[in-house]
Design a binder for this molecule. Structure first.
Ligand SMILES: Cc1cc2nc3c(=O)[nH]c(=O)nc-3n(C[C@H](O)[C@H](O)[C@H](O)COP(=O)(O)OP(=O)(O)OC[C@H]3O[C@@H](n4cnc5c(N)ncnc54)[C@H](O)[C@@H]3O)c2cc1C
Length: 428
């Protein structure tokens, strides 16, 4: 296969760069290799069958490449024979860019990623659309019987080359399905009751948790997904609640820090928290960032709440500064579920340093306003204007830096807003 791949990819410009960078000699051998039958071997076929997604590039009429993510049930990209693969094209956003591109140029390039094992397979081929009316038997071979998404057409790809790539720079990542399989394995290897008493598991709370997901939200904020270590549902909670988690410090001692739950669910199977790395603190958040890995176990008490929402239908004004967005985001979700009017005002330095900006924009486009103090045109949250603009029955919630909370409290006092209308939570 090396020769087919090299023939397609090592164009004169690519060869020139290889020469400049000193790798030409090594790669020339691939081009000169024996011409071989382009056939997917057992390894490629098994790899393709395990996948539930891949990236596909097509060539548009303007000459621009167009890369699209394709997802479906495991094995939805099917090997029809050792030169042919195909998939059912599910109904999507109806832009039809990839399928439109194929009318002008049938060349596609696929990238299949295996993040946990740090492997990737590239496939080049020529694709065509399959219409159910003219080729029903072929389309039937591409469908996955248990997957209910409407199929618009099939895509069949004649493979012209493939290549396995080096694992460098692939960060291991795990899908929910992969994490669940690992959890089952871990439980079988180590009965939960024994694990809970193991000296390495921190905390004495009744709720055993395992870290099942980690996401870098900004350069300094990480989100953690936590599940019951035995796969059970977790205790319910209301927006504004937090967990008190044990953290091992580098000197071997254990400290505890509180982290707000960032979303709400009736019967939660996961908790989510987001943690800012504080460099000038006593090291709790740093030790957490450095020490918490997928699979890390600890025991906590059920969530506690000193910052809960009012129960009636009065409107709410939510104000967040920086990492103070964590309980405020959960509040926005709970108010939406309850059908209560709210506005959310979120201030920080710049969007790339603030958690959940895109999520909030998407989910609450009409309720959210953002203030970026370090944007090219900085926007300041004017607390006085804001508090003056809300109706007399609005309940105000603020979470963020002490100076923001103080500013809101002082302004509220000056405007004669009753104390019961203002709730705050400080992380300091
Ligand atoms: C109810 C509650 C909910 C919380 N929820 C979250 C949350 O969702 N996400 C989160 O990242 N933190 C949250 N915190 C703060 C968290 O508990 C820790 O205080 C924080 O991670 C810093 O810990 P540390 O050991 O690194 O520093 P600490 O020694 O705890 O703090 C050192 C110094 O940093 C200040 N400080 C603490 N937190 C912050 C901060 N976020 N930004 C700037 N300065 C700070 C403290 O006032 C102190 O002066 C919450 C705190 C409380 C009480």
């Amino acid at each position: 296969m090396a020769r087919a791949f090299a023939k397609i990819s090592f164009t004169p410009n690519v060869q020139a760069v290889q020469t400049e960078m000193g790798s030409r000699m090594a790669y020339q051998a691939a081009e000169l290799g024996v011409a071989e039958e382009v056939a997917l071997g057992a390894a490629e076929q098994a790899f393709i069958a395990e996948h539930d997604s891949f990236y596909q590039a097509t060539v548009s009429q303007t000459g621009w490449p167009y890369v699209q993510h394709r997802g479906g049930p495991v094995g939805f990209l099917k090997v029809l024979d050792d030169r042919t693969i195909g998939y059912a094209d599910f109904s999507g956003n109806r832009q039809y860019i990839s399928v439109g591109n194929l009318r002008g140029d049938d060349r596609v390039s696929l990238l299949l990623m295996d993040y946990p094992q740090r492997r990737r397979l590239k496939i080049w081929g020529r694709a065509r659309a399959v219409d159910e009316r003219t080729e029903p038997a072929l389309l039937a071979k591409l469908e996955s019987p248990d997957f209910r998404a409407p199929v618009e057409r099939g895509i069949v790809i004649r493979v012209e080359a493939f290549d396995w790539n080096c694992p460098k720079y692939i960060t291991p990542r795990y899908s929910q399905r992969e994490v669940e399989a690992l959890l089952v394995q871990a439980r079988q290897q180590q009965p939960a009751a024994v694990a809970r008493q193991a000296p390495g598991v921190l905390g004495s709370g009744a709720l055993p948790l395992t870290i099942t997901g980690i996401r870098q939200l900004t350069p300094r904020i990480r989100a953690y997904e936590l599940r019951h270590a035995d796969g059970e549902l977790l205790p319910a909670y209301r927006a504004g609640a937090h967990l008190r988690v044990p953290i091992a410090l580098p000197d071997g001692s254990v400290t505890f820090r509180a982290y707000s739950l960032t979303d709400v669910a009736d019967n939660p199977s996961q908790y989510h928290i987001a943690v800012l790395r504080v460099d000038d603190g006593e090291g709790g958040s740093q030790a957490l960032h450095d020490g918490w890995q997928l699979g890390t176990r600890f025991n906590v008490d059920a969530p506690d709440n000193y910052f809960s929402l009012h129960d009636n239908g009065r409107p709410a004004l939510l104000i967040a500064g920086g990492i103070g967005i964590t309980p405020i985001k959960a509040m926005a979700e709970e108010l939406t579920t309850r059908g209560v009017d709210f506005q959310l005002h979120y201030a920080g330095r710049a969007p790339e340093q603030m958690a959940f900006v895109e999520d909030l924009r998407q989910h609450f486009p009409n309720q959210c306003r953002f203030y970026f103090s370090q944007a090219p045109t900085p926007a300041r949250l004017d607390v006085s204007v804001l508090l003056n603009s809300v109706s007399a029955d609005t309940v105000i919630y603020v979470c963020g830096p002490v100076r923001l909370i103080d500013a809101v409290r002082q302004t509220a006092r000056r405007l004669g807003i009753a104390d019961e209308r203002l709730q705050s939570e400080s992380f300091a």
